[in-house]
Design a protein around this ligand. Structure first.
Ligand code: KE4
Length: 418
């Protein structure tokens, strides 16, 4: 496969941009080889700078539920351009997007739009601390909630990919406000609350993890999260940046029947443009400025372009609820009956093929995966025009644009590796 243009672009980019990329996980550091500089996308396809074509199972790390350049989303963006790109003032369509989110996720009684998932989780935590008057946060090893200082403790995604346990640059005082526990460990959660219950502002988790690879919560874990936060007056925060509108229209909270106090969103709700949102119980959200005394702001929050793309996405989902059955069918066709030696975790259209035979229910189990073999598998697929996430510790995604033929081609490529 000719990658000379990507190689030249990487060399040029590295002069100016750390690692030549604007987000670490794109750098192929854990799988080796040359990251592909993409030139264009459409539907389930990507084309790189050398003209190589790929079936895309990253989907921009989640936003592309409908595939790239969906006509309804393009039309919405083109329409938005006719009125302007950013006013720095409120607009009706921001209300409409908030209404669409609340209609799908009733726990979101009040909502604030921001520009990324990181902003959403950072802000939700600040509100939780402001509402409770407490400082401590519980998170779970392998979960990633964006590059928020206090949450980059034993985090997943790019940190897991690069083997960075704790990032430099975060003051110990910040890191000390976070307790990182094993995911799915009821016992560890009970011990943490027994020791610190009255100091804990919030427990934040990915209700279905994508950032250590795909990992599901046990029902006992979910029950303990609800009962212990309620008992000790801490807030339960579902980080649904990845799962929101992915695993179900109402997110993981709808799937599990759990009502968190606050939730965060991103990715899909922007239809591929930069966005985030946080929200939840009205009494909590009324703490947010200008009404309350928890400050949070953003120049481009609620900007017409991202909001218009997000509105088109969420309206499409609302008007086509059957799309989730289609995603389930496609993703099941891809993930069922794969060769022995893999642990396949999947929820709807998000999944991970772990190169381990250990059941993967937490980060320690995920780390038993043979990442070197995953790297060879990744490149085997890439050579056959199939683009999986360049990390064992990420989730892959099926979109409504993936065809049965795409799935068949991908299964054939997988089979040829084993
Ligand atoms: P952003 O700030 O990247 O928009 O969102 C941060 C975030 C928060 N919460 C969850 C559950 C997330 O998955 C993310 C971001 N996800 C990663 C992919 N695993 C983004 C990819 C990247 O960092 O380049």
């Amino acid at each position: 496969m000719n990658t000379s243009r990507s190689e030249a672009l990487l060399a040029r980019a590295q002069e100016l941009v750390p690692g030549g990329v604007n987000s670490p996980v794109r750098a192929f550091r854990s799988v080796g080889g040359t990251p592909r500089f993409m030139a264009r996308a459409n539907g389930a396809r990507l084309w790189d700078a050398d003209g190589n074509e790929y079936i895309d199972f990253i989907g921009s790390w989640g936003p592309m539920l409908l595939g790239h350049r969906h006509p309804e989303i393009l039309a919405a963006i083109e329409d938005a351009l006719t009125i302007g790109t950013s006013f720095g003032a409120p607009t009706e369509r921001e209300i409409e997007l908030a209404e669409e989110i609340r209609d799908a996720v009733p726990s979101m009684e009040m909502i604030r739009l921001v520009n990324s998932g990181t902003e959403a989780t950072m802000s939700a935590l600040r509100v939780a601390r402001g509402f409770t008057g407490r400082d401590l946060t519980i998170k779970f090893e392998g979960c990633y909630h964006g590059h928020v200082d206090s949450l980059l403790v034993k985090a997943g995604s790019g940190m897991a990919t690069l083997g960075i346990v704790d990032t430099a640059g975060v003051p110990k005082a910040f890191a000390d406000t976070t307790v990182a526990l094993p995911y799915n460990s009821v016992e560890a959660l009970e011990r943490a609350f027994a020791a610190h219950g009255s100091e804990i502002a919030a427990v934040i988790l990915e209700p279905v993890v994508g950032n250590m690879g795909c990992v599901l919560p046990s029902s006992a874990f979910l029950e303990a999260l609800v009962s212990l936060t309620r008992k000790h007056g801490a807030l339960l925060i579902f980080d649904e940046v990845m799962t929101g509108f992915r695993v179900a229209r109402g997110g993981a909270q709808a799937m599990f029947g759990v009502t968190p106090d606050l939730s965060t969103f991103g990715k899909i709700i922007g239809g591929g443009l930069p966005i985030g949102a946080y929200g939840g119980r009205k009494e909590i959200m009324l703490k947010v400025a200008p009404v309350g005394n928890v400050y949070q702001a953003g120049t481009l929050s609620g900007n017409p372009l991202a909001v218009s793309a997000g509105l088109a996405m969420l309206r499409h989902i609302r008007l086509n609820p059957g799309l989730y059955e289609g995603l389930e069918t496609r993703a099941a066709a891809l993930c069922e009956g794969l060769p022995a030696g893999l642990t396949v975790n999947r929820v709807g259209s998000m999944f991970t093929l772990f190169f381990t035979e250990t059941p993967v229910t937490d980060y320690e189990a995920a780390k038993t995966s043979d990442t070197a073999r995953f790297g060879r598998f990744f490149h085997h697929l890439l050579e056959r025009g199939v683009y999986f996430p360049p990390s064992q510790f990420e989730a892959a995604f099926v979109s409504t644009a993936h065809t049965a033929g795409d799935i068949a081609h991908t299964r054939q490529a997988i089979a040829e590796f084993f």
